[in-house]
Design a binder for this molecule. Structure first.
Ligand SMILES: *Cc1c(COP(=O)(O)O)cnc(C)c1O
Length: 424
């Protein structure tokens, strides 16, 4: 067959872009070569609707074993009793949970999207905001942190059926116990969406949501450093408290509700090549070096945050407990959009982000979000973080000086050569 030179040229260019730049997008990471090998394997050829040993197609003996390995390793990693590794993404995992446990029109209580919450926690443009009635809790303006005692009050007023913890841009840890207390007071279920900090949670560096949250969803590609995908977990299976019954009137356990909410509820055939790569990522995450990596991620984030504070930048909540931080650029007279567009000229990749109580639109924003997971995979340590912030500050303070921008880019490109990513 003729080779598709156009696409392979583009893949090569993307490879070089990743090598030359400083990657600070908090939701990104670099997977290992064995994770990529599994993703680009013959497993993609197999249809396997259903679950291991309960499939709708023949020839599943091998993918049964690899999917079972992914499940068993995820259970071990998070000390969970039940896992479904089939969700194609974090959004798909959340869709399956909500379609499984809620009815249209039910109230869901999530973290305010404009304070760092996720689209799938009730945005009006997402299924979660169209099918359900979304209400929100947020951070306090003075502290930039969630006031855990307020959640009970909101829950009593709004009577949600599901309370969602988790965010895409919150730099502090979560008090899952307080959320559970609020949920118990109104008979709601708790979903923890740990898409961002999953790797830090798996290695015990942040609070463990599993004892307090009925259901936990995550992506596998952020701090967990696996292939792009999602999964759903529970530490303990339980009988559905909302009394959903099978068509025959039998009581259904939550695991059975969630399994059917993934397939046939919201998905068709699972991506067995991605599931094999998830298994590889969990294998890596169960080794001691993964814990060392997460410790370094957290240290690097703290040093980054301090370096920004030292240069007069304003961080929401003043710092970070996890791998990311949110910076309000208004005191520097800049917008998130300008910062993102200028930094990319020096091959520094970040994303513009709304800050709590932002007065600008999501297309402009007052802030930027910065994360340490990808640069830590690359091998950057504490002493390199000050240099990263120096570059960012230099670029932002000279955003209209093309000579400084292109000189900085060259300096960065040659610095990053010291941190090889791939062996080919
Ligand atoms: C990234 C993220 C998701 C969605 O993940 P996708 O794989 O992009 O669908 C869901 N929830 C939270 C909190 C996230 O940060």
């Amino acid at each position: 067959m003729q080779r598709d030179q156009q696409i392979f040229d583009l893949i090569q260019k993307e490879h070089e872009r990743q090598l030359h730049g400083i990657e600070l997008i908090a939701s990104e990471n670099f997977v290992s070569e064995q994770v990529m090998q599994a993703m680009g394997s013959v497993m993609t050829n197999k249809y396997a609707e259903g679950l291991p040993a309960k499939r709708y197609y023949g020839g599943c003996e091998i993918v049964d074993q690899s999917e079972q390995l992914a499940i068993d390793r995820a259970k071990q990693l998070f000390n969970a009793e039940w896992v479904n590794v089939q969700p194609h993404s974090g959004a798909q995992a959340n869709a399956a949970v909500m379609l499984g446990v809620l009815s249209p029109g039910d109230t869901i209580l999530g973290f305010d999207l404009s304070h760092g919450g996720h689209l799938t926690h009730g945005s009006p443009v997402n299924f979660s905001g169209k099918l359900y009635r979304p209400v929100f809790y947020g951070v306090e303006q003075e502290t930039g942190e969630i006031n855990w005692d307020n959640i009970l009050e909101v829950a009593k007023r709004e009577k949600p059926k599901l309370i969602i913890c988790g965010a895409s841009a919150y730099s502090r840890d979560w008090n899952y116990q307080k959320i559970r207390e609020a949920a118990d007071a109104v008979g709601a279920l708790v979903l923890a969406d740990i898409s961002h900090p999953a790797g830090l949670i798996a290695t015990g560096l942040l609070n463990d949501p599993f004892d307090y949250c009925h259901i936990v969803t995550t992506t596998t590609h952020k701090t967990l450093r696996g292939p792009r995908g999602g999964m759903i977990m529970m530490r303990k299976d339980f009988e559905n408290p909302f009394g959903l019954k099978t068509p025959k009137g039998e009581t259904r356990m939550m695991s059975s509700i969630l399994d059917s909410a993934v397939f046939p509820g919201t998905q068709g055939g699972p991506l067995e090549h991605v599931i094999a790569a998830k298994a590889v990522a969990f294998f890596e995450a169960l080794t001691p070096s993964f814990k060392e990596y997460q410790i370094q991620v957290q240290k690097n984030a703290q040093v980054l945050a301090q370096a920004f504070v030292n240069r007069g930048y304003q961080l929401i909540s003043g710092g970070t407990d996890n791998h990311l931080m949110l910076i309000d650029l208004r005191s520097k007279g800049l917008t998130g959009k300008l910062a993102e567009n200028t930094l990319i000229k020096a091959d520094i990749t970040i994303n513009k982000n709304m800050v709590p109580f932002d007065d600008k639109s999501p297309f402009v924003t007052s802030g930027i979000r910065i994360g340490s997971a990808a640069v830590t995979t690359r091998g950057l340590k504490e002493q390199d973080m000050d240099r990263v912030v120096d570059y960012i500050d230099r670029v932002l303070m000279n955003h209209d000086n093309d000579t400084i921008l292109s000189d900085t880019r060259k300096e960065i490109n040659s610095w990053m050569q010291q941190f090889p990513l791939f062996s080919y």
